[in-house]
Write a protein of this length. Structure first.
Length: 262
């Protein structure tokens, strides 16, 4: 579940931090947002449903709910000042739902995960990578059509950060190894790769995707992959040896291996 901070400090389950008309989510209260888009729930509501389902299932399950802390866009956070607020709101929601051990905080932003580590070190974390984060500014502009501006990030973690148009503010990595080292420095338990990371890697050098997974496993990390929208996507990720695959329903339900009986 992607979460976005509202004006009244609550968390809406929504992908972007702005609407189609570029209204920033944090400029609206949750009630105002839900008046415009009634289908958007609050994170607290979804956590309560997940907890109820988990209790009905019997023994509690760890890591069943992934909360993605989205990096703010330059459009909605030009001064780079809302990161701690969204992390604190997410931690508070998880604590109130009593789901500390059932949630994983996930992000493409190591800065957000560094704040999550300080705020709630007991809640596991997952650092993700997009293929764009391994490209040069010129390559990114060629693909997206957006300008790339290198910035002086407040909490850079020693990485080079850039803004891609008014949409993204993320770090670049010199190599997959630097990405893994960043994850280890943050104490994450999981690293995640998108199809636009694994796919081009395998095309450029067959075996490199599986090599990345093996390297992560050697560091004691689990590896998640996404998105799997077709059976071919699923089979590709599975061939790399990843530990989990994000997929659509019912595709993932049809293709997932049976859960071993204890």
């Amino acid at each position: 579940m992607d979460v976005q901070l509202t004006q009244d400090g609550r968390l809406a389950v929504f992908h972007n931090d702005y609407l189609d008309d570029f209204t920033c989510i944090h400029s609206l209260t949750l009630d105002q947002l839900q008046q415009r888009l009634p289908f958007i729930p609050e994170l607290r509501q979804v956590l309560n449903v997940a907890r109820e389902f988990n209790e009905r299932a019997g023994d509690d399950l760890g890591g069943i709910f992934i909360v993605e802390l989205k990096a703010f866009s330059p459009h909605c956070d030009p001064a780079d000042e809302f990161e701690q607020a969204v992390v604190s709101a997410a931690v508070n929601a998880v604590r109130k739902a009593k789901m500390d051990h059932q949630v994983i905080f996930d992000s493409f932003s190591p800065a957000l995960l560094a704040l999550a580590e300080k705020t709630a070190p007991d809640i596991p974390r997952e650092l993700d990578i997009s293929g764009l984060q391994l490209l040069s500014p010129a390559q990114i502009t060629a693909i997206t059509g957006l300008p790339v501006t290198i910035i002086d990030k407040k909490n850079s973690l020693g990485l080079t950060w850039a803004e891609i148009g008014l949409v993204f503010r993320l770090p670049g990595y010199a190599s997959p190894q630097q990405f893994l080292a960043t994850g280890m420095g943050l104490g994450v338990r999981v690293v995640g790769g998108e199809m636009n990371f694994f796919g081009p890697a395998e095309q450029a050098q067959p075996g490199s995707g599986a090599g990345f997974v093996s390297a992560a496993h050697g560091l004691g990390l689990r590896v998640f992959a996404d998105p799997s929208n077709t059976e071919a996507d699923w089979n590709f990720f599975a061939s790399l040896g990843v530990d989990a695959i994000y997929s659509t329903i019912p595709l993932g339900v049809q293709l997932e291996p049976p859960i071993p009986q204890q």
